[in-house]
Design a protein around this ligand. Structure first.
Ligand SMILES: *Cc1c(COP(=O)(O)O)cnc(C)c1O
Length: 396
């Protein structure tokens, strides 16, 4: 009996949140104040009459939509975008008064009336969606405002310009699915010199003449930083809020938001030359010290960063050595004093000194993919990120 009680209290301690964090092999910190500061930086890029929304899809790019929405609302943000109805349902109780929550993927056929009852506002992306939404509005007997999405060159979602021209003079659609917002999305805003930017801006300018009274929304993060031609009345930043550089190739105007730390599980002193990791992809000479940390591709650290990524320990950049395993990474900590590179210490894999853009670049991807895949199994907490070390760049 006594033994049973001891056992249950021990397991209760193991399940305790603090205990979980203290034994975890990895830790993810989200700096909500930095997200708000980044939103203000976006606001500083637009003229006073232009407003900035907050894009919260994919759980606010992995940062936690239920943390981010109230913080942005507090800062004055009133318009929010998610991709899916379910993402909207998960946060709509947090909307400030006067707030609007748009669903980019629009209503799947058959769910229009149920969606109207939730107060979520769809982006209507095709003639079929427009007609079904208007028909549902008519059945309910109440006009149901929505965003009308025009495709200006992305060839993904949206009405073609001729379809928009027809819809813009269709009384049935205008009455029962009145446009609250005319939106379009830029394909190449992260490449300022790309000719498609000007072509899309011109197509959008034309689209606006078809619905001149309607509020217009064009720029994503990078588009917003291209200037007023690419903004509209409401910009829709996502990436920049979460610390992804919206001006690639130039120093980042936004602050890093996410820090990933991994605990050193073991340190190996190499006495004779040895191969490291799966596939024996790299051989190290004698004299090196290798730290194994408890993060792998199952935590969202990209496998493509094997032999490429960088960690930071005691202010020193330490290279990832060998392939990334499911749960483990090995790093060469030879340059770090032994009392710092010891089991239990945490190595930064992502943060102010090694940004999401830098990790993405070595892994052959973009910061968006890194962020949205990060940390399915590590404990998260809200906190401030330490300032970058002198000389650390975040301009990838
Ligand atoms: C994701 C998305 C955004 C936000 O884009 P960022 O590049 O992350 O700023 C804006 N609009 C639409 C339609 C999107 O899908």
């Amino acid at each position: 009996m006594t033994a049973f009680i001891m056992e249950t209290s021990a397991s209760a301690r193991l399940e305790d949140a603090d205990a979980r964090e203290s034994r975890a092999t990895a830790r993810l910190t989200v700096d909500v104040d930095a997200i708000v500061a980044n939103w203000r930086t976006v606001v500083s890029q637009v003229p006073p009459e232009v407003r900035a929304a907050g894009v919260l899809k994919s759980d606010a790019y992995g940062c936690g939509a239920r943390l981010v929405l109230p913080a942005l609302a507090e800062a004055g943000c009133r318009d929010f975008f998610v991709a899916l109805i379910d993402e909207g349902l998960a946060v709509r109780d947090l909307l400030p008064s006067g707030g609007r929550l748009f669903v980019l993927s629009g209503p799947p056929a058959g769910v229009e009336e149920a969606m109207m009852a939730t107060g979520l506002i769809p982006s209507l992306n095709s003639v079929q969606q427009l007609q079904a939404w208007a028909a549902a509005g008519r059945r309910r007997g109440t006009p149901a405002p929505a965003a009308w999405h025009v495709d200006t060159g992305m060839t993904r979602l949206g009405l073609d310009l001729p379809e928009l021209a027809a819809a813009a003079c269709d009384p049935e659609l205008l009455t029962w699915a009145p446009p609250l917002l005319l939106m379009s999305h830029l394909a190449c805003a992260d490449e300022p010199a790309h000719p498609q930017n000007a072509a899309q801006a011109e197509a959008f300018r034309h689209a606006r003449t078809l619905l001149p009274e309607v509020e217009a929304s064009l720029g994503n993060s990078a588009g917003t930083f291209l200037g007023p031609t690419f903004q509209g009345d409401l910009v829709r930043p996502g990436a920049a809020l979460y610390g992804i550089n919206p001006t690639p190739g130039r120093p980042s105007p936004v602050r890093p938001v996410v820090r990933l730390e991994a605990r050193i599980l073991q340190v190996r002193q190499i006495d004779t030359p040895r191969w490291v990791g799966y596939g024996a992809s790299i051989r190290l000479p004698a004299g090196r010290r290798i730290a194994t940390v408890g993060v792998g591709y199952a935590d969202g650290y990209p496998r493509a960063a094997g032999n490429q990524g960088v960690g930071v320990l005691a202010g020193i950049r330490v290279p990832v050595i060998g392939r990334v395993s499911m749960d483990l990474i090995t790093l060469d900590v030879s340059a770090v004093p032994e009392h710092e590179a010891r089991p239990g210490a945490m190595i930064d894999l992502l943060g102010a000194d090694y940004t999401v853009d830098e990790l993405a670049a070595v892994a052959g991807t973009i910061g968006y993919e890194i962020l949205t895949r990060l940390g399915p199994r590590c404990p998260r907490r809200v906190g401030s990120l330490p300032a970058a070390l002198p000389g650390s760049g975040s301009s990838a």
